[in-house]
Write a protein that binds this ligand. Structure first.
Ligand code: PXG
Length: 446
C-alpha cells in the first residue's frame, strides 16, 4: 500500500495529495483548501466553523436547499430496505413509481424516462437514442450530431464532441466524427444588460438550417442545445430563437434535444425550460435537481415517438443496447421521490417565477460597478460578466470567488463570468445578503 506522503515528510494521515480533484486548480487548492464539512438549508459550514451562504445550489443541483428532511428520510429508509437491485432484466417498485411521476411533470408528449447517473451520461444516452431511433426507422444515414459553440454537455466523448468549450475539447484527440456546430448566441454589443430573454439574435437559429443543408438533411440525426447555457457563463436564448430551432428541426426531420441538466426542476420557475419557453423538444436530458444533488442520478426524457420506434422486433429481445449498472438505483430513486415531494409541498418548481422580478432587480443593481461589462438574469439564474485583466483571463473572476468565499458567500465563476443559481428556497433577505456582499467585493476589486 502507498502511504500518503509528501516528498521528505512523514506519512500523513490526512494528506490532500492523493485526491486528484475534478475541474480544480489542484495546486492552488491544496495550498489554501476550502473545506466544507456540513450543510443545512441555505448554508454550508466550513472546516473552520464559518457559515457560507450558498449562491450556487452546490453545482446547480441542490434546488431545495441542503439536508432536507423528506429526502434524508427517504434515503435512510430505502438503503435499509433494498440497497441495490440489478437494473437489467429486473426491476424494483421505486424506479417505476418515479418514472410515472417524472413523466407526469414533463411537457405533453414526453412520456418515457431512461435512467442514468449524471448529466454526462444523460447526454451520451440521448445522443445514442437519437442515432438508434433513426436507424430503427430505416434512416440509418442520419448519423450526424450537431451542437453549438460554447455548449456544455458534460465531459464524456459524445458530450465534448457536441460541446463547444474549447478547453474541454482540445486535449482529447479527434473526438466523435460526424459532428458540427452552430453559432452561439452571446452578443454583448446588441444585448448587454438584458433582463430575461434578449431582444436580438433569433436569426442565429438559421445557422442550424445552414449546417443541415451543408451536410444534407438525410445525414443529420439531431441537434443538442442547452435552452439556457449555464457552464459557459449563462447565455440566455434570444426571443424567438428556440422556436426557430424547433421549426427548422421539424422541417428537416432532425431531432431536437434540450439539455436541461441545469434548467430542469424549477430553475426558471417551471418544471422544465421547455415549459418556460413553450418549446417541446424530442428528448430532454436531466440530472442534478432530479435528486436535489443528494444521490447521483440523471434521466433522459423521451417522446412517445422515439420510444415507440424501438418497440419492434421479437418481444424477448432487448430493444436498446444501452444502460448502466446503476440505472434506476433504488437509493437514487428514493432520493428523487423525496425530492419531488419536497418540491411539491413547498411549491419550489414555480418559486423561481415568483422571485424572478426581485432577483433580476438585485442582479441589475450591480450594473455600473467597476469592471462589470454585463449582467443578465432569467428565472433564478444570474450572471455578472467582468472585463478580463489584460493578459490574465479568468483571474479577475477567480479572485472575486476567493474573496467571496472568505466573506461567507458561495459563487461560481467560468472564465470572467460570475454565475449565480441559488437554491429555490432562498429568501429575499438572503438575496439581499448575497448580492449586497458581492457588490461590496466588486466595488473594492482592483
Ligand atoms: N449538461 C449540462 C447542461 C450541464 O450543465 C452536464 C451536462 C454534465 O453533468 P454531470 O452530472 O456529468 O456533471 C452539465 C453539468 C458550472 C457547472 O459551474 C456546471 C455543471 C457541472 C459543474 C459545474 O457551471 N454542469
Amino acid at each position: 500500500m502507498n502511504a500518503p506522503t509528501r516528498p521528505g515528510s512523514q506519512p500523513l494521515t490526512n494528506s490532500l495529495e492523493a485526491f486528484w480533484m475534478p475541474f480544480t486548480a489542484n495546486r492552488q487548492f491544496k495550498q489554501t483548501p476550502r473545506m466544507l464539512v456540513g450543510a443545512k438549508d441555505m448554508h454550508y459550514t466550513t472546516s473552520d466553523g464559518r457559515q457560507i451562504l450558498d449562491g450556487t445550489a452546490g453545482l446547480w443541483c441542490c434546488n431545495a436547499g441542503h439536508a432536507r428532511p423528506k429526502i434524508v428520510e427517504a434515503v435512510q429508509r430505502q438503503i435499509a430496505e433494498l440497497d441495490y437491485a440489478p437494473a437489467f432484466q429486473m426491476g424494483h417498485p421505486a424506479a417505476f413509481e418515479l418514472a410515472s411521476r417524472l413523466v407526469a411533470l414533463a411537457p405533453d408528449g414526453i412520456d418515457h424516462v431512461f435512467y442514468t447517473n449524471s448529466g454526462s451520461e444523460s447526454v451520451e444516452t440521448a445522443l445514442k437514442m437519437a442515432l438508434a431511433y433513426h436507424r430503427a426507422r430505416g434512416e440509418g444515414s442520419r448519423f450526424r450530431l450537431i451542437g453549438r459553440e460554447r455548449g456544455y454537455h458534460g465531459v464524456n466523448f459524445g458530450g465534448i464532441s457536441v460541446g463547444g468549450i474549447v478547453s474541454n475539447r482540445k486535449m482529447f484527440g479527434t473526438l466523435l466524427t460526424g459532428v458540427d456546430h452552430i453559432r452561439h448566441t452571446h452578443d454583448l454589443a446588441r444585448n448587454a444588460f438584458s433582463i430575461g430573454q434578449p431582444d436580438h439574435g433569433a436569426e442565429l437559429a438559421d445557422d442550424l438550417e445552414r449546417v443541415i443543408l451543408l451536410h444534407d438533411p438525410s445525414t443529420v440525426a439531431a441537434v443538442i442545445v442547452e435552452p439556457v447555457a449555464g457552464s459557459t457563463g449563462v447565455l440566455i436564448p434570444p426571443k424567438g430563437y428556440l422556436e426557430r430551432l424547433r421549426a427548422i428541426c421539424d422541417k428537416y426531420g432532425v431531432l431536437l434535444i434540450f439539455d436541461e441538466v441545469i434548467t430542469g426542476f424549477g430553475r426558471l420557475g417551471q418544471p422544465f425550460a421547455s415549459d418556460y419557453f413553450g418549446v417541446t423538444p424530442d428528448l430532454i436530458t436531466t440530472a442534478k435537481g432530479i435528486t436535489n444533488g443528494v444521490i447521483p442520478m440523471g434521466a433522459v426524457f423521451a417522446s412517445g415517438k422515439i420510444h415507440d420506434a424501438f418497440m419492434t422486433g421479437p418481444e424477448h429481445m432487448i430493444e436498446f443496447f444501452h444502460g448502466y449498472t446503476y440505472s434506476g438505483h433504488p437509493v437514487a430513486c428514493a432520493a428523487a421521490l423525496g425530492t419531488l415531494d419536497t418540491y411539491a409541498e413547498e411549491g419550489l418548481l414555480t418559486r423561481a417565477g415568483e422571485l424572478a422580478p426581485y432577483w433580476s432587480a438585485a442582479i441589475a443593481s450591480l450594473n455600473g460597478l467597476p469592471h462589470v461589462i454585463d449582467t443578465r438574469s432569467i428565472g433564478l439564474i444570474g450572471a455578472i460578466e467582468l472585463d478580463p485583466i489584460a493578459g490574465q483571463p479568468t483571474k479577475r473572476a477567480f479572485s472575486t470567488f476567493l474573496t467571496a468565499f472568505e466573506q461567507g458567500i458561495l459563487i461560481r465563476t467560468t472564465g470572467d463570468i460570475i454565475a449565480l443559481s441559488p437554491p429555490l428556497i432562498i429568501s429575499k433577505a438572503q438575496i439581499d445578503e448575497l448580492i449586497g456582499k458581492l457588490a461590496e467585493i466588486l466595488k473594492k476589486a482592483a
